[in-house]
Write a protein that binds this ligand. Structure first.
Ligand code: ACO
Length: 328
């Protein structure tokens, strides 16, 4: 069996032009800029128009990632789209993106792991490259969450935003790329963050629509505690598995769920603030897209460069969580 290291060789991201500020939300629901800023760190989020949808942003991000990777799109053998907000139930958004970008030699598929989806995709693809099954793959996190948000529910509508990020994974030299990665879930907490309508359990009926069963429901406060513990524990475990200590990490790029969650995870891990990336003030929580968008911003701004040791960690509905250590 081959043992080929797999790493990120190109990234891209995209988001809608539309911006929804805290001041805009103050006009829609009983909230305030002060409450949202203090409790979440969010000042604005991106919001798709009614005629914009998930695969469009995923494709834009994917095309940029392929271009930066310097490969031909026809070299891509797998397109994994992590999303909680697919264009439609069938076919997969991965297949739709595959067609939109012209990845004619690839298989397309979706991963449903809410905010942890990008790390789920990375983990799967890493093992396929390592064992020599494939050479190049795209892992995309793409969401239009604002279409699943109930703008009468102030506990959820202030958090979520739209966007997409994409990474091309391919073979890299020994000692580089994904050094340790792990994904977890605990379905006993499924109803802490879920969208009950539209599936085979409740279906889509006038009643489910009237009840708003198609919207996200979240017990934010309970999730908060599990999120902090899960991300800190799996991060510490992956750093050790990669053969390093937390002090060796150059940059932590966590899922942008809530600034207070990020701060609490960093403090539990003992990582100083300047090594923890945050764009939540501008982007809000974009679920599976948040890590690849943030990671690409770090690469473009030079915060992450050749040789950087980076820790990624995520937590989301399911509940799901994960941790990944990468040497760039
Ligand atoms: N504006 C003003 N007041 C509000 C708002 C709002 N937007 N939302 C809630 N409140 C009120 C509540 O009604 C409550 O009032 P009460 O004390 O009179 O009952 C009070 O503020 C406190 O509510 P909490 O829910 O306890 O507030 P909390 O500090 O926990 O913040 C939040 C809520 C922002 C949702 C936070 O819990 C959070 O971010 N949780 C984690 C979310 C998360 O990580 N989700 C998983 C990843 S996302 C994914 O997988 C797609």
């Amino acid at each position: 069996m081959t043992n080929q290291n797999a790493g990120i060789i190109g990234m891209g991201h995209a988001y809608p032009e539309g911006i929804l500020t805290n001041a805009d939300l103050e006009k829609i629901v009983e909230t305030s800029d002060e409450w949202i800023t203090t409790r979440t760190g969010i000042k604005q989020r991106r919001k798709a128009r009614a005629d914009e949808y998930t695969s469009q942003f995923g494709s834009l991000a994917a095309k940029q990632a392929v271009e930066r990777a310097g490969i031909d799109v026809t070299d891509i053998e797998l397109v994994v789209c992590a999303t909680t907000t697919p264009d439609q139930i069938m076919p997969s958004t991965g297949a739709l993106i595959q067609a939109q970008i012209g990845a004619v030699n690839a298989a397309g598929m979706d991963v449903f792991a809410a905010c942890s989806g990008f790390l789920y995709g990375l983990t799967m693809v890493e093992s396929m490259i390592r064992t020599g099954q494939i050479k190049y793959a795209l892992v995309i996190g793409a969401e239009v969450l604002t279409k699943y948000v109930d703008y009468t529910d102030r506990g959820t509508c202030v958090i979520f935003g739209d966007g997409a990020g994409a990474a091309v994974l391919g073979p890299v030299a020994e000692g580089k790329g994904i050094l340790a990665t792990k994904i977890r879930s605990d379905g006993r907490y499924a109803e802490q963050l879920y969208s009950p309508g539209g599936g085979t359990k409740l279906g889509t009926t006038h009643k489910t629509i009237d009840n708003g069963d198609h919207f996200f429901k979240m017990k934010g406060n309970e999730l908060f505690k599990i999120a902090v513990r899960s991300m800190a524990d799996i991060s510490a475990e992956m750093v050790v598995k990669a053969g390093y200590t937390v002090d060796d990490i150059d940059m932590v790029v966590p899922h942008q769920a809530n600034q207070r969650i990020t701060d609490a995870v960093a403090s539990r891990l003992g990582v100083p603030e300047e090594k923890v990336y945050s764009n939540i003030a501008q982007m809000g929580n974009t679920s599976s897209a948040s890590i690849p968008i943030a990671l690409d911003e770090c690469i473009q701004s030079g915060k992450i460069k050749e040789g950087s040791l980076v820790l990624l960690t995520a937590f989301g509905g399911g509940v799901t969580w994960g941790g990944t250590v990468i040497r760039f």
